[in-house]
Design a protein around this ligand. Structure first.
Ligand code: HEC
Ligand code: HEC
Length: 109
């Protein structure tokens, strides 16, 4: 009995399994970010899970695999990814020119 309980508890503590990913570090183009005077992006996944449904983002806006999306600021401005309708290109969320809300300062990297 104890073994079964332990296995069940372990399964639910795997973040992706429980649907709680918390923070995802994004730094696929860190060189360009540094050139812009910024550090990596910390994506608060759990926060977004709380205000949207999984299907609002996956798979239409973001493929649900870390690093599988080739996100650029150009695409964000063109209303893809973070800049999709109702997101960071709209009145519902802080705008894309608040660089520091998503990117950490370059010195902290
Ligand atoms: C507001 C948009 C949004 C919502 C809502 C959302 N996600 Fe995500 N999810 C993302 C982004 C962005 C990533 C990172 C993709 C990347 O790195 O390119 C991600 C990544 C993932 C990953 C991949 C993790 C990894 O390490 O590879 C899984 C699994 C996932 N999400 C599951 C879920 C589930 C389950 C829900 C609902 C409970 C959910 N997501 C809700 C945006 C969202
Ligand atoms: C809403 C969140 C958000 C805001 C605000 C934001 N970024 Fe980004 N930025 C991202 C994400 C997400 C990526 C892609 C990260 C990855 O794929 O590793 C990115 C990538 C980048 C990159 C590398 C890719 C490219 O497009 O060259 C640069 C440079 C960059 N951002 C600069 C900026 C600047 C400058 C600002 C402010 C004018 C800014 N960002 C504001 C989320 C944001």
């Amino acid at each position: 009995m104890h073994l079964i309980k332990t296995i069940i508890i372990l399964l639910f503590s795997i973040p992706a399994f429980a649907g709680e990913l918390n923070e995802i570090i994004m730094e696929s183009d860190i060189e360009n970010m540094k050139k812009a005077g910024l550090g990596h992006v910390i994506y608060p996944h759990k926060f977004h899970e709380e205000i949207y449904k999984c299907a609002d983002c996956h798979p239409k806006v973001f493929i649900e695999k870390k690093g599988a999306n080739k996100i650029t600021m150009q695409k964000n401005i063109e209303e893809q990814y973070c800049g999709s309708a109702g997101c960071h290109n709209s009145a519902y969320a802080f705008p894309l020119f608040y660089c520091d809300n998503c990117h950490v300062p370059v010195s902290k990297k």
